[in-house]
Write a protein that binds this ligand. Structure first.
Ligand SMILES: *[C@@H]1O[C@H](CO)[C@@H](O)[C@H](O)[C@H]1NC(C)=O
Ligand SMILES: [Ca+2]
Ligand SMILES: [Ca+2]
Length: 300
């Protein structure tokens, strides 16, 4: 339980510190491929910055006389080089040119259960495997060195949404409390959270037994509908289409796995039809939201 609180504080803290300036945003091209490149994870899951996801962009801006690579962006794992005719192009980065990790938390664990020194090393390695089956299957699994993750038992799996829902509600209330003119929430969102915030029956943030969490969900079900939708909207950004890809889910999933051993199983079973996307309906069902309460308009 404690980890959830610490995680919440981290997220909230990050959200406060998140710069609001608009980064140069270029839409990621829509790819038909179901498996999209991974983005670096570990960034604040609450406020995802669009700039973090610009990996698929290869844009040349106004010609810069000296260095054609100056404004040539490459996706993660690639660096810009010029060819003989001085044309910039993106090539795989040599992992040995990545800056070595200074701390253990910079390590990442791949789905191959190999520890990579940093996410730079991971993406550079993945790039060298591009086009191979192995490369296609390799994803960043979680933040931190690979470790033994206990199997998630059925009863533990059922506890996961109880805590996650409570946590989502508390994240929102915290954002609301601290949101003076930070614009962390839109006006519409603020109105929705205000109702939760001002509800006297709200279960206050803190350590609660699973029984109490389950009881509160039954009693105050309505308070949980918006937080569940809101988190989906935070993640569904690339593109905004009502579906979460593995990549879109990563900012939430990757930091959570080392702390909560049911994370992987939970999100796997969320994808009820196993098409590798978590649709809003699937997401809502996963968190116990009734079908008639799933509302696309709540996300905006
Ligand atoms: C992954 O690697 C860790 C650390 O090396 C090990 O303890 C664990 O058992 C491995 N997990 C799997 C599923 O092989
Ligand atoms: Ca999406
Ligand atoms: Ca699905």
């Amino acid at each position: 339980m404690r980890v959830w609180i610490v995680f919440l504080l981290c997220l909230a803290g990050h959200a406060m510190a998140a710069p609001t300036e608009e980064e140069l945003i270029v839409e990621e091209p829509v790819t038909e491929e179901p498996v999209v490149e991974e983005t670096e994870v570990g960034a604040n899951p609450v406020q995802i910055e669009v700039g973090d996801f610009d990996e698929a962009i290869e844009v040349v801006e106004d010609e810069v006389a000296e260095n054609p690579c100056l404004n040539h962006h490459c996706k993660k794992g690639k660096v810009c080089e010029v060819d003989d005719s001085n044309t910039p192009m993106c090539v795989c980065q040599d992992p040995s040119t990545c800056i070595a990790a200074e701390a253990e938390f910079e390590h990442v664990c791949g789905t191959d259960n190999k520890t990579y020194d940093t996410s730079c090393h991971f993406f550079a390695t993945k790039c060298t495997l591009e086009g191979t089956k192995k490369g296609h299957k390799l994803h960043l699994d979680y933040i931190g060195p690979c470790k033994f993750i206990e199997p998630c038992m059925d009863n533990e799996l059922n506890e996961f949404p109880l805590r996650m829902r409570d946590w989502l509600k508390n994240v929102l209330v915290t954002l609301y409390e601290r949101d003076e003119d930070n614009n962390l929430l839109t006006e519409k969102q603020k109105l929705r959270v205000k109702k939760i915030y001002e509800n006297e029956k709200r279960l206050q943030a803190g350590e609660h037994s699973l029984d109490l969490l389950a009881h509160d969900f039954e009693k105050n079900y309505n308070m949980y509908i918006f937080p569940v939708h809101w988190q989906f909207g935070q993640l569904d950004q690339h593109p905004v289409d009502g579906y979460l890809t593995h990549t879109e889910l990563a900012p939430l999933r990757a930091p959570l796995i080392p702390m909560e051993h049911c994370t992987t199983r939970f999100f796997e079973q969320c994808d009820a039809d196993s098409d590798n996307y978590i649709a809003l309906e699937e997401w809502a069902t996963c968190f116990g939201i009734k079908e008639q309460d799933v509302d696309k308009d709540l996300i905006i």
